[in-house]
Design a binder for this molecule. Structure first.
Ligand code: SAH
Ligand code: SF4
Ligand code: F3S
Length: 473
């Protein structure tokens, strides 16, 4: 038996890629292990979006150096966005790495591992990046790769990601993604639908469509263009599927057809992650986001007019080049007025090779970034608490995902009742006391308490009535 250890950082795109790498290696007889020291092959699927994500991987690689010296036959591979970004620098910083594979080349992983094992030395497979030919090359790689599936690698057996869009063409000035993931292209609807049917057959109740700007999805064929809203109508017909989500949205492409599909299709989750990045027009312009704060506000208004109960979440970058205290305050005000479900807040991290790094000074000191990060988080946490209190006394539909983190730690497998966790149609996290049989079901849960991050409830059961009670021994 050959053993594989894989560690994944970064976004949903990387989770999905790891699922497929594992599926392709299982075909070669590999089994997963959770201990890198027991593994024959150790893979890191990496992210380059912030410096911190890269540092983590180099530190994990450093921990394996001595082990690799003692066991030179073990294979260490670096996959994904940082592999594409750093290329041979990975070999320089960690000379015992055997494999560097970019995100558009992952279908080659089994073959490259075999080459290393055959004594052919270190291997690399990188995409052409954004050069001519990259679109075709990356598309071909995904055609063979994306249909591979590994239920064990999914968030849960009944939830899956499905890629509908590859790459990104937006070139926000701070962002490395367009240069590591290549040009934006929509996958053909036929492939997407076929994959969704396979997932439904495997018992998936929920599919999350993923793309860097998922609502910019377009697929053009002679005489017909398919948009995300059209895809949702088609996916909605698939038996077995109960919930459809999609991430991440680009504010400028939040068109009315999409919002109407969300309103009209009962399986579509009322959740929109649509990052704004800043509340200052000068910062948005420097970031080259292509919209103003007024445009974003107008979009929020349209979302709430069409889908009044939509839960909206956002991303902010604090301390981008030249951000003044007054400009940061504008972000704080936008958080105050927007009533987001939650926000992901990041300290600007300069990425060599981006326009931002070339044009602007990374001049906000680290401790100022840290303070702005804390301040924004504190404002959002208060809002999330208030918003969650609106659920008190309501009954929500929860897709039960499994034991909560607390239950997993406390009880292991003991006892009939344990704390379970799941999500509502609006992506709110709910915990309640339940039993294992409820995992994978969609259940009504009455909410009686909350924190800023969690709703706390109780499963609503049907009253048994005197007839049933009379049957008791
Ligand atoms: N495609 C998605 C986001 C991809 S990256 C979108 O456009 O919404 C996820 C988040 O990381 C971004 O929304 C942004 O907030 C943050 N991010 C990207 N580059 C960053 C950088 N250089 N420094 C700090 N945060 C960054
Ligand atoms: Fe990066 Fe902007 Fe593309 Fe998102 S839209 S991946 S932030 S370049
Ligand atoms: Fe990171 Fe690549 Fe995703 S850089 S955020 S893993 S697309």
């Amino acid at each position: 038996m050959k053993r594989l250890y894989i560690e994944t950082v970064g976004c949903q795109m990387n989770m999905l890629d790891s699922e497929m790498v594992v599926a392709s290696l299982r075909k070669e007889g590999y089994q997963l292990t959770s201990d890198p020291l027991q593994a024959d092959v150790v893979l890191f699927n990496t992210c380059s979006v912030r410096q911190h994500a890269e540092d983590k991987i180099y530190s994990a690689l450093g921990k394996l150096r001595r082990h690799k010296k003692q066991h030179p036959e073990k294979i260490i591979g670096v996959l994904g966005c940082m592999a594409q970004n750093h290329q041979r620098i990975v070999f320089e910083r960690a000379p015992y790495v055997d494999l560097i594979v970019g995100p558009g080349q992952l279908q080659k992983v089994p073959e490259l591992i075999a080459k290393v094992q055959a004594g052919e030395g270190p291997q690399e497979a990188l995409s052409l990046g954004r050069k001519e030919g990259a679109v075709e090359e990356i598309k071909r790689s995904h055609e063979s790769f994306d249909p591979l599936r590994d239920p064990e690698m999914r968030p849960t057996p009944f939830q899956a990601y499905l890629r509908i869009q590859i790459g990104c063409d937006k070139f926000c000035t701070y962002c490395i993604v367009p240069s590591v993931r290549g040009p934006e292209q929509g996958r053909p609807p036929q492939q997407i639908l076929a994959e969704a049917r396979t997932l439904a057959d495997q018992g998936c109740l929920e599919i999350t469509l993923v793309g860097q700007t998922v609502n910019s999805y377009r697929y053009r064929e002679p005489g017909r263009t398919t948009r995300l809203s059209d895809l949702l109508y088609q996916l909605h017909e698939i038996d077995g599927l109960q919930r459809l989500k999609f991430v991440t949205n680009y504010p400028k492409d939040m068109t009315d057809d999409l919002l109407q599909a969300m309103r009209d299709l009962p399986k579509v989750s009322h959740y929109l992650h649509v990052p704004v990045q800043s509340g200052s027009n000068r910062m948005l312009e420097r970031m080259k986001r292509g919209y103003t704060v007024e445009d974003y506000r107008e979009m929020l208004g349209r979302i709430r007019d069409t889908v009044p109960d939509a839960a909206i979440s956002s991303d902010f970058i604090v301390g981008f080049c030249g951000e003044t205290e007054a400009e940061f305050e504008q972000s704080a005000n936008l958080v105050r007025e927007s009533r987001f479900k939650n926000c992901f807040i990041f300290k600007y991290s300069e990425r060599p090779g981006t326009k931002g790094a070339e044009l602007y000074q990374d001049d906000v000191p680290y401790d100022v970034k840290q303070r702005r990060n804390n301040d924004l988080l504190a404002i959002q946490t208060e809002i999330a608490d208030e918003e969650n209190q609106r659920f008190l006394g309501q009954t929500v539909e929860v897709l039960v995902e499994g034991p909560s983190k607390r239950a997993a730690k406390q009880y292991d497998d003991e006892g009939p009742m344990l704390q379970l966790t799941g999500r509502t149609m609006g992506d709110h996290i709910v915990v309640f006391q339940g039993n294992r049989r409820q995992i994978g079901q969609i259940l009504p849960v009455a909410i009686f308490d909350c924190t800023p991050f969690t709703l706390i409830g109780e499963v609503v059961t049907v009253h048994a009535g005197p007839e049933l009670l009379a049957l008791r021994p």
